[in-house]
Design a binder for this molecule. Structure first.
Ligand code: IPE
Ligand code: IPE
Ligand code: MG
Length: 357
């Protein structure tokens, strides 16, 4: 039941996204490079992606109002998927990533284009790629803003939703600034980590549930409880992302499993392991985490320390705790959420926590 519900919504979101990109970019430009560029943006947008944020938004709206305007809420939910994808394009520049969703990251595709088309004496290909990646993120952010302004809802609700969107965007940027500052630090606490992932990841989940609720004309109680539901789902989702980022399967995640360690990312795994490690374990963690030239044996020894210190177990338990916490808010909304779609919200939360992609 849930699987077909999710698959069906995913299809509708994708169809709407395709139409939106054609209408707002590809279809209105004839410049040859721009046509190529939009094609690459489109390829990136459709290179995979679970579409969990728009699906969460649509389902939150439907849980408040089962007969909500589906066409309208799907169109508005594209804003979240676009914001997410824009942040990934920028994130891959900042994280010096190679692959995303099993493909070469956007800015490196553009770097390859430069190599194939331009003379390296006048152009540094990697710089061209990064410049095009910054612009790619900006371009998709702009598309995200355009997507909110649907005329299927009262303009007052759309305005409210767009202010929530703005606030979510602010929180993401704030979270990523905090994370970037963490890179050079070594004594990050669990609470600092939780605040950071609330910004970089959970804020958009919260934005999703709140925007869905607003467009469905929810009560204050429904909005606030859906807000906390989204927030804690998002926190659990990021803790799991950290776990599968190191212990997952590249074929499934589409991302390497050594890069968080090599980049020295302050994941809950690393924070907890540093807290518990004995002297020799700490020596290894400090030598390998953040060393881009670390060997695969070194990376494996860090994985082992994550296991022996029980940092892995702790992180799994923390994700489960945050997931359970998220569910408690679904029961508090007044009036009650529609039972069928409330169950789907639970299923989406569970999908976010029990996942390998
Ligand atoms: C990846 O998000 C980045 C995080 C915020 C954890 P997703 O796991 O939702 O990425 P896609 O869109 O499904 O590829
Ligand atoms: C992605 O964070 C969060 C944002 C883009 C804001 P990560 O760097 O942790 O996610 P992945 O592992 O690259 O998908
Ligand atoms: Mg990253």
């Amino acid at each position: 039941m849930f699987l077909s519900y999710y698959a069906n919504l995913l299809k509708r979101v994708d169809a709407s996204l395709k139409e939106f990109i054609h209408k707002n970019a590809k279809g209105i430009d004839t410049n040859e490079f721009l046509q190529y560029y939009y094609d690459e943006i489109e390829k990136f947008l459709f290179s995979g992606g679970k579409r969990i944020r728009p699906i969460l938004m649509i389902t939150a709206g439907t849980a408040v109002k089962p007969d909500v305007n589906m066409e309208g809420i799907i169109k508005a939910s594209l804003s979240l998927e676009l914001l997410h994808n824009a942040s990934l394009i920028h994130d891959d520049i900042m994280d010096n990533a190679e692959t995303r969703r099993g493909e070469t990251v956007f800015h490196k595709v553009l770097g390859q284009y430069s190599k194939q088309h331009y003379n390296s004496t006048i152009q540094n290909h990697a710089d061209f790629g990064v410049a095009m990646g910054i612009l790619g993120g900006d371009f998709v952010y702009n598309m995200a803003y355009k997507a909110i302004h649907v005329n299927d809802f009262p303009s007052e609700s759309v305005l409210k939703a767009s202010l929530v969107f703005n606030e979510g965007f602010f929180k993401i940027v704030r979270g990523v600034i905090i994370e970037t500052d963490f890179m050079g630090k070594n004594n990050i606490s669990e609470n600092e980590y939780l605040e950071m992932i609330y910004g970089k990841t959970a804020a958009l989940f919260e934005t999703a549930t709140v925007m869905g609720a607003i467009l469905a004309n929810a009560t204050e109680s429904q909005i606030e409880n859906l807000r906390y539901f989204g927030k804690y789902v998002g926190i659990a989702f990021q803790i799991v992302d950290d776990i599968i980022g190191t212990f997952g399967n590249t074929k499934k995640t589409g991302k390497p499993t050594d890069s968080d360690i090599k980049e020295g990312k302050k994941t809950l795994l690393l924070i907890k392991a540093l807290e518990i490690a004995n002297e020799s374990e700490r020596e290894i963690l400090e030598r390998v985490a953040g060393n881009r030239n670390a060997s695969s044996e070194d990376v494996e020894s860090v994985r082992e320390i994550f296991e022996t210190t029980d940092a892995l177990k702790y992180s799994k338990e923390k994700a489960e705790e945050q997931y359970q916490l998220s569910l408690s808010y679904l029961e508090k909304a007044d009036p009650e959420l529609d039972i069928k779609f409330k169950t789907y919200l639970k299923d989406i939360a569970e999908k976010g926590v029990n996942r390998d992609t």
